[in-house]
Design a protein around this ligand. Structure first.
Ligand code: NAG
Length: 158
């Protein structure tokens, strides 16, 4: 048998706990939904880089910006860049910072896989896309930290 006041304390802990869970679970669900929505790939623009940053990793006679971004995203890179119509390069957030925004006329090479869109231009003019992975990683990290802090707060109240 549990002493009465102890049982009461337990009950009130449980109800507080359930109340918190009732709020924390929908909040997490909304956050996860946001992660899904904000982590889609998206065009960033035409940029000029130096040889080392934008050296081609893969070339294809069927290149599109979507394919390049999907490839780079699957490998966990934050950005992708296409050049000369056929090359695809993956970039980290830090590498992306070394590029400078260029007039869009510098990215005038039609993609080999879709002549209607541009895949960079000559030399180191590249069409940059965000793969969605960078945003995803930072949001997931935020969620993890939030849940950990919440858990520690709960533990310290017991
Ligand atoms: C970028 O494109 C322009 C012309 O479109 C070209 O003159 C230039 O050499 C290219 N490369 C760089 C690094 O600017």
């Amino acid at each position: 048998m549990v002493p009465l006041e102890k049982a009461d304390a337990q009950t009130s802990y449980d109800s507080r706990h359930h109340f918190k869970m009732a709020r924390i679970l929908p909040a997490s669900a909304v956050l996860l939904l946001l992660i899904g929505v904000t982590c889609a790939q998206s065009p960033k623009g035409c940029y000029t880089g130096d040889e080392t940053t934008v050296s081609a990793e893969a070339s294809s006679d069927d290149m599109t910006n979507e394919d390049c971004a999907a490839d780079c995203g699957a490998k966990g890179h934050a950005y992708s860049a296409t050049g000369e119509g056929q090359y695809c390069t993956c970039m980290s957030e830090a590498e992306m910072q070394t590029l400078t925004l260029a007039p869009s006329v510098k990215c005038d090479s039609p993609c080999t896989g879709d002549l209607a869109q541009k895949c960079g231009g000559v030399d180191d003019n590249v069409t940059v896309w965000s793969t969605g992975q960078g945003t995803k990683r930072s949001l997931v990290e935020k969620l993890r930290r939030f849940l950990k802090e919440w858990h520690q707060m709960e533990e310290s109240r017991r």
